[in-house]
Design a protein around this ligand. Structure first.
Ligand code: TRP
Length: 501
């Protein structure tokens, strides 16, 4: 039997896991959600979600990996002693593959924009440039148009990088690279925060970001958004932390590490808010408008608004642009490496493939699946799949794993097990969070969102054709069925294996 790989040091594991957590979610989602959901007041639901669901799930996933020392499908089979529960792990793995197939396309855009930044190649109208000239967005996912060659080439580059790193292995590849990337990301965010706070009008922007509006907390949607943000940003519900946890050495701490990962990730997001809103404040003051007229999130923030603001800076603007897109690339790559490792580790474990072969299959399949997002209709597919994956994969897997460990394996048993090697212990509160709070919130979110899509379509402002919504859902369904087949095809039986504590 091939010996299981391990992290070289605790610091190495922490950098890889924090790298997985820090990503687009911190830079382009958190600041906007905070602003929209009550500014400083949003920290209450956010911290509440972090403590009652985010950290408990992180402890669960890292603990599950560390104690079973298996990739996510086998971890569930080994823990429950039942092969059928491997489905949860496989659906998580396929979900991570679907996620990385579009996440890597955003990385490809970022790479292209990094090259454009020094010359401000987006010109005077970054919106038209991004939507029409760059993406060739047809306005309808069913109208694919052609493949955008520039994006496809960048995508191949991104996948080559992922393949090289993941193919090298846990210690020589992932750990080695994230140990450089993550500290570098903190340095860049520090520079960006300091620089953007000195822009004229920046303080006005920060005021909009943090000015508390407690009345927003009465809206249940704000609370669900907080939970959604916490799940996405901590990379839970996708087998990611299970696979990273499975490379921990026998007596490693689990609880303290989970707290460190969760807080490092949250502090990074909080800082990113200053860089984003400082810049937005500057832009609004230059244009003589209120910040509510310029604030956006997601792709629009990074590829339209931010470039526009950079162009207004005058001298030295190219450097800020390069730093911003470089940061986005670092943060995104450290997440996509982790996502790639989920399927690579899954294939190695269940089908006894060598690392090189598994990484090649994982990268090749994800690249092929990503081609649709490089077409003129790709922008629509990207938005649609992002929405579906968040709920039908992330939320569903999160709820199922909490239920399985809470009720089938028994939360108390798992807690004692995890505390055994941890520097700090989780108390009984953890059991209730896993048994009740987490599944309840996740199922509520899932039902609520499905109803809203059925009622109002997606996106609500200008819904895509129903056929596109249906096709997207069929892809999800096909993934769920494929997960079932993978359980059937698994060559390894771990249901009788003993745990090493
Ligand atoms: N946490 C990442 C971000 O904030 C995104 C993400 C979600 C992720 N699930 C993941 C990354 C699983 C790695 C593995 O952008």
């Amino acid at each position: 039997m091939v010996k299981r790989e391990h992290w070289g040091t605790r610091y190495g594991f922490l950098m890889a896991a924090i790298g997985s957590a820090i990503g687009l979610g911190n830079i382009w989602r958190f600041p906007y959600i905070t602003y929209k959901s009550g500014g400083g007041a949003f920290f209450i639901p956010y911290l509440f979600a972090l403590i009652t669901a985010g950290i408990p799930l992180l402890v669960l996933e890292i603990g599950l990996g560390a104690k079973t020392r298996r990739s996510s499908p086998l971890a569930f089979e080994k823990l429950t002693g039942k092969k059928r529960y491997g489905w949860v792990g496989w659906w998580a793995t396929i979900g991570s593959l679907l996620l990385v197939s579009y996440y890597s396309v955003i990385m490809a855009w970022t790479l292209s924009y990094l090259i454009k930044a020094p010359t401000l190649a987006w010109g005077t109208d970054p919106n038209t440039y991004f939507m029409k000239d760059f993406l060739g967005w047809t306005g309808n996912p069913l109208n694919l148009g052609g493949i955008r060659l520039e994006i496809l080439i960048a995508l191949v580059v991104v996948w080559t990088i992922n393949w090289l790193i993941v193919g090298k292995g846990v210690r020589k590849g992932i750990e080695c690279v994230t140990k450089i990337m993550i500290p570098l990301s903190w340095i860049i965010i520090a520079i960006l925060v300091i620089r953007s706070l000195t822009f004229p009008g920046a303080m006005e922007g920060v005021n909009w970001y943090l000015n508390p509006d407690f009345s927003k907390l009465r809206n249940p949607r704000v609370w669900l958004d907080a939970y959604g943000q916490v799940f996405f940003t901590l990379s839970v519900g996708q087998g990611a932390m299970i696979i990273y946890g499975s490379y921990l050495k026998g007596k490693s701490d689990i609880v303290n590490n989970s707290f460190i990962i969760a807080f490092a990730d949250s502090i990074f997001a909080f800082l990113a808010g200053f860089a984003v809103f400082g810049t937005l404040g500057f832009m609004a003051s230059q244009m003589g408008v209120g910040i509510d007229e310029v604030v956006v999130s997601g792709a629009e923030l990074a590829f339209v608004t931010y470039p526009k603001a950079i162009s207004m800076l005058g001298a030295g603007s190219g450097i800020i642009g390069v730093l911003f897109f470089f940061l986005l690339l670092m943060a995104g790559l450290s997440s996509s490496i982790c996502l790639t490792e989920v399927s690579t580790g899954g294939l190695m474990g269940s089908f006894k493939m060598s690392r090189k072969k598994a990484a090649t299959v994982a990268c090749g399949v994800s690249l092929l699946a990503g081609i649709i997002y490089t077409t003129g209709g790709g922008f629509g597919w990207l938005n649609l799949m992002d929405n579906y994956i968040n709920y039908f994969s992330l939320a569903l897997v999160g709820a199922l794993e909490a239920l399985l460990i809470g009720w089938v394996f028994k939360a108390r048993r798992f807690r004692i097990w995890v505390n055994f090697t941890s520097e700090i212990c989780v108390g009984r509160w953890w059991d209730w969070c896993i048994k009740l709070v987490t599944p309840f919130i996740l199922v509520t979110t899932l039902v609520w969102t499905s109803m809203s899509i059925l009622k109002a379509g997606y996106p609500i402002e200008a819904p895509y054709p129903s056929l596109a919504l249906l096709l997207g859902f069929l892809i999800i369904l096909a993934g769920m069925i494929a997960a079932f087949l993978c359980v059937r095809l698994t060559k390894v039986d771990v249901t009788r294996e003993k745990f090493k504590v």
